[in-house]
Structures are given as C-alpha cells and as structure tokens.
Design a protein around this ligand. Structure first.
Ligand code: CMP
Length: 144
C-alpha cells in the first residue's frame, strides 16, 4: 500500500477540552505523520465552504456555527493507507457508537461536537488538504 495523505481537524470542542496533545500523540502512534499543521479560526463563510457537501442536511447551520465557534487545528497526515487509518483512529461519527479507545469515544461529546474530522476518501482528502494548505506548507521528513 502506498503512502496516502488525509486531512484531519481538531475541532473547537477538543481544543476547549485541552486534549490537543493527546490527539496528536494518537496520530503518531498510528504511524500517521503530521506533515502540515495550522491553527486557525474559521468564519461562517469558510466553514460553509468546507462543509458544502452537507449544505442540504438539517444539521448544516448548527455544524457551521459550531465549527466557527472557536479555533481549530488542521493537519495534513501522511501514512500507509492514511485515509482509512485515520478514520479508524477517530472512530464512528457519533461518540456513543465509536469503538473503545477511539478519539471520538474518548473526547467527543455528541454527534456534532465529536472532537475530530477526517476525510472520507482519497478524492475528498485532496480537496480538503488543498482547502487549507499550499504546497509549500507541507514538509517531508523521516522518522528515525
Ligand atoms: P465530520 O466527520 O466533521 O463530518 C460532518 C460533521 O457534521 C460531523 O463530523 C459532525 O460534526 C456533524 N454531524 C454529522 N451528523 C450529524 C448529526 N446527525 N447531527 C449533528 N451534526 C452532525
């Protein structure tokens, strides 16, 4: 399996809980290498653009308000089978249904405030990485 990149977000609820470090530690333990990291605060327009695929959903307005409610951290992760591996590390969208030991089980509060985001496939990953990162925001380095 080739190296694959994915987009991860540490959402406002997780930042407010003070678990940035624990979440990044889980990424590294899963061999998902952060090759780009930024903290930023989305405004409503940018949150709407990022989640445009959900714009017809009943929860869209609440989701946008939540994602614009405080700073987030976006990361580009790289690893073998990176998209699927990060989704397993996160756990199910609803923390009540997430597997024991997953990030959403440990740090999510409910189906909206679920601590982290991850791309749902390689094409989405490309779009989402490009949404936040320029090519020269990403860094190649080796773990030794
Ligand atoms: P995420 O993986 O970032 O993708 C879309 C987000 O919408 C999801 O995590 C949740 O934060 C939110 N979401 C998904 N389903 C629901 C729902 N049923 N009610 C409220 N928010 C939801």
């Amino acid at each position: 399996m080739a190296l694959e990149r994915t987009l991860a977000i540490i959402k406002p609820d997780a930042i407010q809980k003070g678990v940035i470090g624990e979440i990044i530690q889980k990424m590294e333990e899963a061999n998902l290498k952060p090759i780009g990291i930024k903290m930023l605060h989305l405004d409503h327009a940018r949150a709407e653009a990022f989640y445009a695929v959900h714009k017809e959903k009943a929860f869209f307005a609440d989701l946008v308000n939540f994602m614009a409610s405080g700073p987030i951290i976006v990361l580009c992760l790289e690893g073998e089978n990176g998209v699927a591996k990060w989704r397993v590390t996160m756990g199910a969208t609803n923390p009540d249904q997430a597997a024991d030991g997953s990030l959403r089980k440990d740090y999510g509060s409910d189906v909206q405030c679920n601590a982290v985001h991850g791309s749902d496939g390689p094409d989405t990953a490309q779009f989402e990485i490009n949404f936040f990162f320029e090519q020269n925001d990403l860094y190649a380095y080796e773990w030794v």
